[in-house]
Design a protein around this ligand. Structure first.
Ligand code: GDG
Length: 463
């Protein structure tokens, strides 16, 4: 054990490496890197549902990292995950009130699961450990750990946006949520905008916090640090993969099937926050307004399903099938189909090869904490003749990738014009914009992200 103690990572799911399993995604690689540096444990739900009270955490070890997982009761999971986390917090934090619904029983289940996490985690903790908790599923966890007498530094990183107070107020127990976030020692966000919204929330009279000039928040006799820690990617890993996968058989076959046409690529979990229906409409508008692109352009949209069983997610799936069918029906010809809509996932390596093969990366969420796809697309490009990123201003990534073609995803004419601008952009301009984006990606890469956060957490030991 190092003198800084072990790092304990807590998240809803634990990405345990499986023998022969798929290569881990960027965030998982970042977390595993942090655990390898400091030594430690990754704690979370096992993915298994049971019908009795969950047993103590099951521990296993790979590569010097401990994995500790617990099962959950089916009804608890339904209320905690599908219910409060994904029907209330996810849409609310993404400013999408039309998808928001609140149910007291769901909130109770959410709170109960956080209590279970605390109860099962406490016996695994040593006095010198630092604890880093991830995302909106686990906001009350620090408070529950404190009640159980845990004195270790506890950090929280929010992977999704943090909304303004007028939006938060729609949640009946928003005050509880804000106070719960203040039970952490360090709270991290992707962007300054999210941090500003958090400050606005803690300063509300009913919350009663103050923010000093160093960014420390003082509340109820205690204090915490809240800061901006933009998540990044492993730039060299992504560009290396893209380079080596360009000639892979599946990637080559896909490129050959384009028959010399240019390709726009979209890769998103099938989620209403990703703006996919509007994206299809924007592409349709491009084909309407710029008929020269017809037959010379293909949109390949990859959208692996997630959160299956939540109604809004089943609905978006139907909506997209209809929209792509209708646009293809309107414009397709015997030798050309405008949209290839793929409702499935691909290996990480294949995806990077696809990114390298696409002239445009189209990333148009209606709201996104950061959006790693935007960063991966940029890092996958050939610096000599890079493809261009068309990026929603409402993604956290737009705060860093200022030289992408920035668009408002709600304005389909703006998106259509943005794609057109990117398609006709001279290579010198593309190179210049790409090189500026790469500088930002390297400065804020995945290692910088985790090291900055863990450093901030260690600093809390002394205060
Ligand atoms: C949340 C926040 C924030 C996608 N399809 C496949 C696949 N992916 C990979 C992408 C990328 C990751 O999944 C998605 O990350 P995003 O950041 O784009 O979006 P969320 O899943 O919504 O993530 C987001 C993030 O947390 C980190 O803080 O940026 O704002 O919403 O890496 O490449 N990977 C594979 N096959 C697929 O088909 N292997």
């Amino acid at each position: 054990m190092s003198d800084t103690g072990n790092l304990i990572i807590v998240s809803n799911r634990v990405a345990k490496p499986k023998p022969g399993g798929r290569a881990a995604g960027g965030l998982t690689v970042g977390i595993l890197g942090a655990l390898r540096d400091q030594g430690g444990t990754w704690f979370g739900w096992s993915g298994k549902l049971v019908d009795r009270e969950p047993r103590d955490a099951q521990i296993s070890e790979h590569d010097n990292i401990r994995f500790a997982t617990i099962d959950l009761k089916g009804e608890d999971y339904e209320a905690y995950y599908n219910g409060f986390s994904n029907r209330a917090l996810w849409p609310l934090f993404h400013h999408l009130l039309a998808f928001f619904s609140f149910d007291r029983a769901d909130f109770e289940g959410y709170f109960r699961v956080n209590q279970i996490f605390a109860r099962k985690l406490v016996p695994l903790l040593e006095p010198n450990d630092t604890i880093w908790i991830h995302d909106y599923h686990l906001i009350p966890l620090a408070g529950e750990l404190r009640k159980a007498g845990v004195r270790n530094p506890i950090g929280f990183f929010l992977h999704v946006p943090f909304p303004g107070y007028d939006m938060l107020e729609s949640l009946p127990n928003h005050e509880f949520l804000i106070r719960s976030m203040c039970a952490f020692d360090v709270v991290g966000f992707h962007t300054q905008r999210d941090l500003d919204s958090f400050h606005e929330a803690v300063k509300q009279p009913e919350i009663g916090g103050t923010v000093d000039s160093d960014g420390r928040i003082h509340i109820g006799g205690g204090s915490l640090f809240a800061g901006v820690f933009p998540i990044g990617i492993d730039v060299e890993e992504v560009s290396g993969l893209a380079d080596s996968m360009y000639d892979d058989a599946e990637v080559t076959a896909m490129r050959q099937s384009l028959d010399g046409r240019e390709m726009i690529i979209g890769v998103d979990r099938l989620d209403y926050s990703k703006g996919l229906a509007l994206r299809f409409r924007a592409y349709e508008r491009l084909l309407e307004n710029h008929p020269a692109h017809r037959k010379h352009l293909t949109l390949m949209q990859i959208a692996p399903p997630t959160r299956v069983g939540i109604r809004a997610y089943d609905e978006i799936r139907n909506e997209l099938e209809q929209a792509s069918g209708q646009i293809n029906g309107r414009f397709a010809d015997t030798d050309w189909v405008p949209i290839r809509y793929l409702n499935k996932g691909f290996s990480r390596a294949t995806l990077m090869g696809f990114f390298r093969s696409a002239q445009i990366g189209l990333v148009t969420p209606v709201r996104d904490g950061m959006n790693l796809v935007a960063k991966e697309y940029v890092a996958s490009q050939d610096p000599e003749s890079p493809g261009m990123l068309v990026l929603s201003r409402l993604a956290g990534a737009a705060h860093e990738l200022e030289t992408a073609v920035l668009v408002n995803p709600y304005d389909i004419d703006d998106v259509a014009d943005g794609i057109n601008r990117a398609l006709v952009m001279p290579v010198e301009e593309r190179r210049e914009r790409h090189s500026e984006m790469m500088t930002v990606l390297r400065h804020n890469d995945i290692t910088a992200w985790r090291q900055r956060f863990v450093e901030a957490l260690h600093a809390e030991r002394k205060t």
